[in-house]
Design a protein around this ligand. Structure first.
Ligand SMILES: [Zn+2]
Length: 646
């Protein structure tokens, strides 16, 4: 349908002279019941309230996913996670799924995105999400910052100022700008004066602060005379558990606490201002709505439907909201699926759940019985929806690279290596029910945030508590082992990592950690045995080869060091540590010509590694080429000086 149907309120609708500017503002981790205009009186959110007055507020809006990447991919594609395939961090959005930015750009829009956390960085954790954006404001690849600000997270005011600066320089009509405010995500550390004002409720303080950043952006739009004609969408990507159902944060469960989000739509010329839509809607409805309002005729496959019929009052149906989360898989627990329809919610889990939301909005009384008619109907609709999802082959295979692991952990999420240790189970329904494990998840989350904040003691205590609940829990064993290694307590790391290897004899990552701890503790013989056994099972392990090479080098076993480093380079030709190791092994065997050849190649690659030039200098001197040696020495010296200057 076209936007002309908005005339159904009887008012004459002038034909808009041009396409409206479109602003999408996503606020991370925002529970709808913690916003003033949604009835929460203990907070002040004047900007959201004003937008609701100028626009349409959807009282019952739901995200299909409680994690940031999947949820944003759904907003930007109008597809459910099982359709777009971004079921986890770092999973690329496949090119087949067209994004809102691509569609608007085709329509003539200039497009830009401003993100508040590295979780949505298209170079690392959210590949493909930048598709269609003329400008996508990623984080610096090598940040100078030691603190989390600027490295993994930006304050809301920083994000909107970056957006405003870009708009100042790009006053093209029409434009589409997406602004992501990450502030309400934990850790809850609102800046002044919100830290004082919401001392006892720092989560609310972060929301109030994010609202103030929104205020800055809206007043900028007004100053530019863009506000009135613009289409503005504000939506939460998911909520926050806040202890409900035992969940402190979000990602594991599909209850309303993390799936019910605020959604406000301010239409051009404030049409339908102040309207509240009570019917159930979904964040996958956003894309079709924007296309509808910008007269974008392309209608890509979507799991949502334009909201304009509801806004105009021509529809009274409650739309079915599906929910999905695979995040429990990272912990070795069963993934969950849900359906929310006609006042009921059914959650498919090892122990299924059914809630009558009319009498039990808090979802506290599970009424599930297998033979119940409502259960049967909802279960059938859920499995029909699952049947529609494309085969996994259509999704991009994705893995988080090791460089992004520390960023992921800094934000409090488990990384892929944790998952590998935990999910070697063929059938998800045989995995533990997350309901039985949520206490452990909270402890792991606490430990990760403590580690990020440099509070080793708190992290250790939380992990020990998790092991107290489940003494053989692989994720906790691995994390404790790594924590002790990072603290230099190699001996203390050993029992955890040995236990992990005993429990998971096929886990190459566990063997590598155990081998590294043994090696750092000086027990080379056992380290070699552990790594050799792991390599017999899985030969392609460059990190294990590298470690074996370094141990051989230390023991002056140059020939076997040469073999290990050469194997590493076969798997990872650009690995500089392996190049250095191989060069040392060759020099140790007086194979100077071979060393020179290797080092001339590796130093020609534009490397900034001074050690490679120093080794090249050694090779030249041994070969009787002092002029070349001096040149290499000079290069090494200027690199080292450059480093200290920076
Ligand atoms: Zn989020």
């Amino acid at each position: 349908m076209s936007s002309a149907s908005l005339a159904s309120d009887g008012a004459p609708v002038p034909v808009p002279p041009a396409l409206p500017h479109v602003y999408l503002i996503t606020i991370d981790t925002l529970r709808s019941d913690h916003v003033r205009c949604y009835g929460y009186e203990r907070i002040e959110t004047p900007s959201l309230d004003q937008l609701a007055k100028d626009g349409v507020r959807f009282a019952e809006a739901f995200t299909p996913s409680p994690i940031t990447n999947s949820s944003h991919a759904s907003i930007l594609t109008g597809l459910l996670p099982s359709s777009h395939g971004v079921s986890d961090f770092g999973v690329p959005l496949a090119g087949a799924h067209v994004t809102l930015a691509e569609l608007l750009r085709k329509q003539g829009y200039l497009t830009a995105a401003f993100i508040g956390a590295v979780i949505l960085d298209s170079k690392s954790l959210a590949p493909g999400l930048d598709r269609g954006f003329d400008y996508y404001d990623n984080f610096p690849e090598k940040p100078d910052e030691k603190s989390r600000w600027g490295r993994v997270e930006r304050r809301g005011m920083d994000v909107v100022r970056r957006a405003e600066g870009w708009l100042d320089a790009h006053q093209t009509d029409p434009h589409f700008v997406w602004v992501h405010l990450y502030d309400p995500h934990d850790p809850y550390e609102p800046p002044p004066p919100y830290d004082e004002r919401y001392k006892e409720r720092p989560y609310d303080g972060e929301i109030a602060y994010a609202d103030s950043a929104l205020a800055d952006f809206l007043s900028y739009l007004k100053k530019q005379n863009w506000y009135e004609g613009a289409l503005i969408i504000v939506v939460g990507d998911h909520g926050e558990g806040l202890g409900e159902h035992g969940e402190d944060t979000h990602g594991i469960f599909l209850y309303d606490s993390t799936t019910h989000v605020p959604l406000i739509l301010k239409l051009p010329q404030a049409k339908q201002a102040g309207k509240v839509v009570g019917e159930q809607v979904r964040t996958v409805d956003i894309l079709p709505t924007v296309l509808d309002l910008t007269q974008t005729s392309a209608s890509p496959k979507s799991d949502g439907t334009s909201l304009l019929t509801l806004v105009a009052g021509n529809e009274e149906t409650s739309r079915t909201a599906f929910g999905e989360t695979d995040y429990p898989l990272r912990f070795g627990w069963a993934p969950l699926r849900s359906i929310r329809q006609n006042g009921y919610k059914f959650i498919e889990a090892p122990r299924p759940e059914l809630y009558d939301l009319g009498t039990d909005p808090g979802e506290t009384r599970n009424r599930y019985v297998p033979w119940d008619a409502t259960t049967g109907k909802l279960r059938k609709a859920l499995s029909e929806q699952r049947g529609k999802a494309p085969a996994t082959a259509e999704r991009s295979p994705g893995a988080v690279s090791s460089g992004t692991v520390s960023e992921l952990r800094a934000l409090g999420y488990l990384d892929a290596s944790d998952a590998r240790s935990a999910t070697d189970v063929p059938e998800p329904s045989l995995l533990p029910d997350p309901k039985d494990k949520i206490l452990v998840q909270n402890l792991l989350h606490t430990a990760m945030m403590a580690r990020e904040g440099g509070q080793t003691k708190q992290a250790r205590s939380a992990l020990e508590k998790a092991l107290g609940v489940d003494g053989d829990y692989p994720v906790a064993l691995r994390q404790l082992g790594q924590l002790e290694m990072d603290s230099g307590n190699y001996k203390d790391a050993l029992p955890y990592l040995k236990r992990l290897c005993d429990l998971r004899p096929n886990d190459a990552g566990a063997a590598l950690d155990y081998g590294r701890a043994l090696s750092l503790g000086g027990d080379f013989e056992r380290a070699r045995a552990v790594l050799a056994k792991s390599l017999r099972q899985e030969a392609n392990q460059p990190d294990a080869r590298l470690l074996l090479g370094q141990m051989a080098l230390k023991a002056a076993h140059y020939k076997s060091a040469e073999d290990e480093f050469a194997s590493t380079l076969l798997l990872q030709p650009a690995n500089e540590q392996a190049q250095i190791g191989l060069a040392k092994a060759l020099l140790g065997q007086r194979k100077f010509a071979d060393a020179r050849k290797l080092l001339e190649t590796s130093t020609a690659s534009g490397t900034q590694n001074a050690e490679l030039f120093e080794l090249l200098e050694q090779a030249y001197r041994a070969l009787g080429r002092p002029a070349d040696a001096n040149r290499a020495q000079e290069r090494a010296r200027s690199m080292r000086q450059g480093k200290t200057r920076n």
